[in-house]
Design a binder for this molecule. Structure first.
Ligand code: PHE
Length: 344
């Protein structure tokens, strides 16, 4: 019986060693140690043994059971570890791999330029205002000294919505709107950036939608020299301390006198090149002293108050500053173009 037990042990352990999966181990466990298993079968024959032999064989039987159990448990642990390793390998995350870049948006170049201009004027005491893009004929034209049949309306090819409503052709209506709110007895010092619309055929330098930035300063004793000083400061801060400005006489119905401001060309330093069309100067904005009629229509007494106004095009300024050749690039939103101006 001893031999029988030892043989059984050897057999079982060999099978355990050859087992290839946990299912096989389970079968071996049942086959040898189960209620109907071989070991149990052998032990059933114990009754036939001598009294003295029984404890000895019993002990051997216990050792055999223990050995087989240990072998089974050991192998099971190996299988479990293998399975775990396999799973870990399959699910491994290589933390050293570079991540996929998340593409982050940024402000549009025009937004950046407008904010830069705003900062300059805020530094000079101007407030930032807003006005509607769908504007009344009154504010867009009449309040700016452009009555219905005024020939200067021809300068603005407009998108009319009704007879009295249109897409604003400039940001100047915000001059009148702001003055009206100030009740005719407070100084006004504001800028207003925004979109404007004109019925232009789009090309490299024209767009039916573009941006403007208006400025207005109304107070007592505001003079042309204040306008010039303000614009000179702006030009030097925006384009460089070495830039000169020049004011040329011009015409706008809402300013008198009216001027256009040029800055000296950075490319040629004033000698004349293709950028400045050989003149040495580049036109930047329109400006002038607020027309007395515009003041009085908005409730300001032109005998007491005077003011200056200016209007510039951030599109044009961005084009000059960054060498953008085509105004349509601002609106067609090709990310390859836009991305160049994202400075994180
Ligand atoms: N509104 C004018 C334009 O669109 C610019 C301007 C603004 C001129 C203010 C003078 C004063 O051309």
């Amino acid at each position: 019986m001893k031999e029988q037990l030892q043989q059984l042990q050897a057999e079982a352990i060999e099978k355990v060693e050859q087992a290839t999966d946990t299912k096989e181990l389970q079968d071996i466990r049942v086959a040898y140690l189960g209620k109907k298993g071989s070991l149990t079968g052998v032990l059933r024959g114990m009754g036939k043994l001598d009294k003295e032999e029984r404890p000895i064989v019993g002990e051997i039987a216990n050792q055999v059971r223990e050995k087989i159990t240990n072998a089974l448990d050991g192998k099971l642990a190996v299988f479990e570890e293998e399975a775990l390793n396999k799973k870990l390998a399959a699910e491994a995350i290589d933390v050293t791999l570079p991540g996929r870049p998340i593409s982050v948006g940024g402000p549009h170049l025009l937004t950046t330029i407008i904010e830069e201009i705003e900062d300059l004027f805020i530094g000079m005491g101007f407030e930032v205002k807003e006005g509607p893009e769908v504007e009344t004929d009154y504010y867009n034209f009449e309040a700016l000294n452009l009555p219905k049949d005024h020939p200067a309306r021809d300068m603005h090819d407009s998108f009319y919505i009704t007879n009295e409503l249109l897409l604003r052709t400039h940001t100047s209506p915000v001059q009148a709107r702001t003055m009206q709110k100030y009740d005719g007895d407070k100084p006004v010092k504001m800028i207003c950036p925004g979109k404007v619309y004109r019925r232009d055929s789009d090309d490299a330098t024209h767009s039916h939608q573009f941006t403007q930035l208006e400025g207005l300063y109304v107070g007592k004793n505001v003079r042309m020299s204040d306008l010039k000083g303000t614009l000179d400061t702006f030009a030097k801060k925006m384009f460089g301390a070495d830039r000169k400005i020049r004011l040329r006489p011009s015409f706008f119905p809402f300013t008198e006198p009216s001027v256009e401001m040029d800055i000296s060309c950075k490319v040629c330093g004033g000698d004349g090149c293709s950028v400045c069309k050989k003149t040495g100067w580049i036109e930047i904005l329109g400006a002038g002293m607020v027309h007395p009629r515009v003041l009085s229509m908005a409730g300001y007494d032109p005998e007491v108050y005077s003011g200056f106004a200016f209007g510039m095009g951030p599109d044009r300024i961005a084009m000059l500053k960054y060498g953008v050749k085509d105004i349509r690039d601002f609106y067609t939103n090709d990310v390859r173009f836009l991305k160049q101006f994202h400075h994180a």
